[in-house]
Design a protein around this ligand. Structure first.
Ligand code: IPM
Ligand code: MN
Length: 372
């Protein structure tokens, strides 16, 4: 049996508890499909600062480099939030990890669940059927450009810079994803103002020539922010740079009704990383109320990236089935409230004994595949 090494970085806040549920489910998958997953735990974020003084210790990076995939929980702690000037911050761990693993593409699928439409702040008929992915560039742009500050604090600058090859590789990925979906790419930029955006347009248009059956649409980011809530169903694959993607993906996350449902994948040159998008949610830590579905669905994306499509499909089926039964964590105001741990148990159980799930498969509407 081939051993698959998974680096597990539970991180801060609710990170450990939701990650633990994902591991329960992965173990159930291993049992059912005869896989051998080896978990290598490592610290990142505030917990790593507390233990070593470094938000991304070398050992953690080495563990990730040596693994087949990284399962990531969350980072962040309120004790750092009020002091953005702190010399070491948990976020630096995540940014360094992205840069070191060269995770240049962050993939955030956004889809709605029929039983949860009422939770969206948008009108049900606007969001029903919305199903798109945001492809955010993750290792360039203003996040990583040169930063300056005058010693007398009279001026500061952040440089936004992109190289052609950085745009090319993620643009190709966007067209590849669109090819397996509804064949439309929307490039979101600010080409009416920014030179980097104009380069994004030129480069992406060039790549588009290799994909004649895929529609390429351009949209300014301010308009996109509006269109996302006015008519989200128009989108299939949204391609955008780092900062715009950060903002738009948080905006898009409310469409599904709960952040606790949305997984993400970051892929690039080295080991791919999978994480729920919700962050560390410190107020909920240790209360067994956090929604583990996003972490569990991130594990499904992880399996898919390793070619385990049936396994990923089964996890999604189980998540969907539970939601359709009206079972969920408190923030979903479900008919039947389960804690974080019990959701993990239930999904792991269904994955171990999926006969009933498969029986109902026709009724449980699974979403479009999110990984190619
Ligand atoms: C995200 C987060 C990070 C980002 C922070 C924690 C640095 O908001 O993953 O979207 O801005 O990229
Ligand atoms: Mn963000």
């Amino acid at each position: 049996m081939e051993k698959i090494k998974i680096a597990v970085l539970p991180g801060d806040g609710i990170g450990p508890e939701v990650t633990w549920q994902a591991i329960k489910v992965l173990d159930a998958i291993a049992g059912r499909f005869n896989h051998y997953f080896e978990y290598c735990f490592a610290d990142v974020g505030a917990i790593a600062i507390d233990r070593t003084g470094d938000p991304l210790p070398d050992l953690t990076l080495e563990t990730c480099m040596a693994a087949d995939a990284v399962l990531f929980g969350a980072i962040g702690d309120p004790k750092y939030d009020n002091d953005p000037n702190a010399r070491v911050r948990p976020e630096q761990g995540l940014l360094k990890l992205r840069k070191s693993l060269q995770l240049y593409a962050n993939i955030r699928p956004v889809k709605t669940y029929p039983t949860l439409l009422h939770l969206s702040p948008l009108k049900e008929d606007k969001v029903a059927g919305a199903d798109f992915i945001i492809l955010r560039e993750l290792t360039g742009g203003i996040y990583f450009g040169e930063k300056t500050r005058q010693p007398d604090n009279s001026k500061a600058t952040d440089l936004c810079s992109y190289e052609k090859h950085e745009i090319e590789r993620i643009a190709r990925l966007a067209f590849d994803y669109a090819a397996g979906r509804r064949k439309k790419v929307t490039l979101v930029d600010k080409a009416n103002v920014l030179e980097t955006s104009r380069l994004w347009r030129d480069v992406t248009k060039n790549i588009a020539k290799d994909y004649p059956d895929i529609e390429l649409e351009m949209m300014f980011v301010d308009n996109a922010a509006m269109q996302l809530i006015q008519y989200p169903k128009q989108f299939d694959v949204i391609l955008t740079e780092n900062m715009f993607g950060d903002i738009l993906s948080d905006e898009a996350s409310v469409i599904a009704g709960s952040m606790g449902l949305l997984p993400s994948a970051s892929i690039g040159v080295h080991t791919s990383l999978f994480e729920p998008i919700h962050g560390s949610f410190p107020q909920a830590t240790g209360k067994d109320i956090a929604n583990p579905n996003a972490a569990i669905l991130s594990a499904a994306m992880l399996l898919e990236s390793l070619g385990m499509n049936d396994e990923a499909h089964l996890i999604r089926l189980a998540v969907q089935y539970l939601l359709e039964k009206g079972i969920g964590t408190p923030e979903l105001s479900p008919a039947i409230v389960y804690g974080c741990s019990r959701i993990g148990d239930a999904i792991a159980h269904m994955v171990s004994e999926p006969e009933e799930l498969y029986l109902h498969e026709g009724r449980i509407k699974d979403g479009v595949s999110t990984i190619i």
